[in-house]
Design a protein. Structure first.
Length: 320
């Protein structure tokens, strides 16, 4: 009865229910009632061929835009404040009754166009926190290097759950390319030791950790775990200098830290073919990453124009 009374007090005490942007509701865990879908996410190019239709579907599944609703239910985590710690503790008891306290957050199509480190307004469990604009962009880059025969494999340095690299492999499959690999580079143990003198975002050592086994399982779930996928496990400072990569046509860096971004550029940029693309997820939203990229460009005389992809990412196409 103590548990039931605590729920009642929490649910009905004046001021206990947050505002509409962060509402918390008590529900049956098996409840499937949802607000009808009234929006859809449009991707580019507008799909017309079987290959484009497949890639359009992949974008919407990897981001979970395909099953998006007007409101998304989110697991209550203990580090979101005193109320969340209480709810998290109550959930340990609620599960015995088939109940769960969840956070109900408004969502819309625009939430799936852009990416975000937390993505608290999107469906949980997606393989990528990126938005569809970045997936649209990488599709166009890969199509371009294939059409122009720009030599080299594809790599992402910093993969989290593997969503972007899964999509890279899907693009190669859709276009029938069998002679290029997708390199999946990550520690698979989270961020390395964070130097507070260099890093000003509130990262902690081990943040963003997803195991190699989990990422491989994610590839396999889409039928894309094959000999065209290579995994590089370890911190970039330890692995990239000896990686057996001869040429790259796509270099994508999502390293989060100043030091890791520089490690990726120092060890991989020389392999990028003329006509290939250098793509950076955090150029606009993490000043430490931008600093590393700008310093590398300055030190190596890189003058190609930097182009914006979305609110976070940027790229340039290598000329020489």
């Amino acid at each position: 009865m103590v548990f039931e009374q605590a729920i009642a007090d929490l649910a009905w005490a004046p001021g206990s229910i947050p505002g509409p942007n962060r509402s918390t509701y008590f529900k049956m865990a098996s409840e499937n009632e949802v607000t009808p879908l009234v929006f859809s996410v449009q991707t580019e190019p507008s799909p017309g061929t079987p290959a484009e239709l497949y890639l359009d579907l992949m974008k919407k599944v990897l981001t979970r835009a395909l099953i998006a609703k007007r409101h998304e239910r989110h697991t209550v985590l203990p580090h979101d404040g005193p109320r969340s710690r209480l709810l998290h503790a109550l959930n340990r008891q609620a599960v015995r009754f088939g109940l769960e306290v969840v956070r109900l957050t408004p969502s819309c199509a625009e939430d799936y166009l852009e990416g975000g480190h937390e993505a608290k307004n999107r469906v949980e469990g997606a393989e990528t926190m990126l938005g569809t604009r970045q997936l649209d962009h990488i599709q166009g880059c890969i199509a371009d290097v294939l059409a122009k025969n720009v030599p080299g494999d594809l790599i992402e340095a910093g993969v989290w759950r593997g969503g972007m690299t899964i999509f890279m492999r899907a693009v190669l499959a859709a276009y029938g390319c069998r002679d290029r690999k997708v390199w999946v580079a990550d520690s698979f143990a989270g961020l390395p030791e964070v130097d507070p003198q260099q890093e000003h975002f509130k990262w902690q050592t081990g943040d963003m950790a997803v195991s190699l086994e989990t990422v491989k399982e994610n590839f396999a779930r889409y039928g894309l775990l094959d000999d065209q996928v290579e995994f590089l496990k370890g911190f970039f400072s330890d692995t990239l200098s000896t990686a057996p990569i001869r040429q790259l046509s796509i270099l994508r860096v999502d390293a989060d830290l100043y030091s890791s971004t520089l490690d990726a550029l120092r060890n991989l940029y020389s392999a990028l073919s003329p006509g290939g693309y250098a793509i950076f997820d955090d150029y606009q939203n993490l000043p430490d990453c931008q600093k590393a990229i700008d310093e590398f460009r300055r030190d190596h005389g890189i003058r190609e124009e930097i182009h914006r992809i979305d609110e976070r990412a940027a790229y340039w196409q290598r000329e020489t």
